[in-house]
Design a protein around this ligand. Structure first.
Ligand code: SF4
Ligand code: SF4
Length: 441
């Protein structure tokens, strides 16, 4: 990348509001151990699309040697934010904080082309509003049930449209009946814990069966579950895309909703939301009213698999004779460090056979809105994952994030392997209720 004249601004190309921290940038010793872990480096082999290259680009901008131009921004747009580079780094570079700060700077200071801006706005205006997502259910149901989707796909019409439209169609969830989530679900047997359930946006609209399965398992394991009806989006998509102000506003609302519920633990069954709410303390660090409350909130948050691993199993697991390929969501394995817990939950089910997917640390290409704004790279990563899953010949693929679930299903279908992809908790729920695998489709 060509250097440009050094600016007088002490933060270089960045503004004064939390530029990527120099002390974090300087912890990178350029060793390159993170390169093999990085999906975009694996795809393109370009230094500037690796963690080391991106950190170098941040440093150049901080020192005022480059401006936020299209080329510079493109290397950060192509980053999945999967943070697979963090566990691979022997120097402990906190790339997650660096990319979050850089993205917020880009959204404040870089003028995106109008069409791109509009596309992003539309995505946020839809995916972070459960009420709007709900309105989409009926037209989507008609689109799927009348056979229109099948015909358009069979005719190959999407190949003539922009890649982002084709990606959106491929990723559409199957519209199902919405399973209601009561505000209070009592524990079965003696109560062991009072927990709150974060409902998610896409999760509550298109995966209400996953929330229902989560409730059943929690109740069977002795948890009273509170699902505050006033909870909004947690802000995960905004944080991951650098839209800091909106993310903070939603974080405050989420904290308010759960403080009133007075719960010991807050359970999350969508890894992208989980990694976000666990970082509220950082997101609201400058807010005198919410900073401490945010830290307290984050300290209570657990992925569903983490909570169940903390509670010795009480409900009887009945046999489920299936071969399961487990996919680690990046926001679970890298951002939250949760790898063992979902596997141990699955291992509790008699008859279940676990198959490990090679290259587990590599992202499937979902990554928030990445597969909608960077469809080509996302498809390449999805295709790669499908090729690794197919030889395992699983009956089902399990994962802990709705975004990964949709991405894997679309990738497997595109490759002609119609293997169902489900949430991990659905398998445990099926085992507790002695349901066959077919009931999950
Ligand atoms: S977050 Fe993921 S895509 Fe981005 S640099 Fe790190 S490993 Fe690569
Ligand atoms: S592994 Fe860590 S220290 Fe080494 S280049 Fe990557 S980020 Fe820098």
């Amino acid at each position: 990348m060509a250097s440009e004249s050094k600016s007088q601004n002490p933060h270089g190309a960045f503004d004064a509001h939390h530029p990527p921290a120099r002390e974090l940038i300087d912890t990178c010793v350029h060793c390159g151990f993170c390169l093999p872990a990085c999906p975009t480096y694996a795809l393109w082999g370009q230094e500037m699309d690796s963690p080391r290259g991106r950190i170098y680009l941040m440093k150049l901008a901080l020192d005022g040697h480059v401006q936020m131009n299209e080329k510079w921004v493109s290397h950060f747009d192509s980053c999945l934010g999967c943070v697979a580079c963090m566990p691979a780094c022997p120097s402990g570079v906190d790339y997650g904080k660096l990319i979050e700060a850089t993205r917020a700077q880009i959204e404040r200071n870089y003028r995106r082309p109008a069409a791109e801006k509009l596309h992003r706005k539309l995505l946020f205006a839809t995916f972070t509003k459960p009420a709007r997502l709900n309105l989409l259910r009926w037209p989507l149901l008609a689109y799927q049930k009348t056979g229109l989707q099948f015909v358009l796909r069979a005719l190959g019409l999407f190949k003539l449209l922009p890649k982002s439209i084709e990606a959106m169609d491929a990723l559409l969830p199957k519209v199902r009946h919405v399973e209601a989530v009561p505000t209070i679900t009592p524990a079965t047997g003696g109560k062991r814990r009072r927990v709150g359930l974060l409902l998610g946006c896409v999760q509550r609209t298109f995966f209400s069966h996953v929330n229902a399965a989560t409730l059943r398992v929690l109740a069977a394991e002795g948890c009273e579950v509170i699902a505050p009806p006033e909870q909004t989006c947690c802000g995960a998509l905004f944080v991951h895309a650098g839209e800091e102000t909106q993310a903070q506003e939603l974080a405050r609302k989420t904290i308010d909703a759960f403080e009133q519920a007075n719960v010991e633990t807050i359970v999350i069954n969508a890894a992208g939301c989980g990694s976000n709410v666990k970082e509220y303390g950082h997101l609201l660090r400058d807010d005198p009213v919410y900073a401490q409350r945010a830290k307290n909130f984050s300290a209570k948050c657990r992925d569903i698999s983490e909570l169940l691993a903390e509670l010795p199993a009480r409900a009887e697991r009945k046999p489920l004779n299936v071969r399961v390929a487990f996919h680690d969501s990046c926001h679970l394995q890298h951002a939250q460090g949760v790898r063992a817990q979902p596997r141990s939950l699955l291992a509790q089910i008699p008859g279940l056979q676990l198959a490990e997917i090679p290259e587990a640390p590599i992202c499937c290409g979902s990554a928030g809105i990445y597969n909608l704004v960077q469809p080509q790279a996302a498809n390449e990563l999805g295709d790669r994952k499908a090729q690794l899953i197919a030889p395992l010949q699983p009956d089902v693929v399990a994962t802990g994030n709705p975004g990964c679930l949709l991405q894997l299903q679309a990738s497997l279908d595109r490759a002609g392997h119609h293997i169902p992809v489900v949430h991990t908790i659905q398998l445990l729920d099926a085992s507790l209720r002695a349901l066959p695998l077919d009931s999950l489709r």
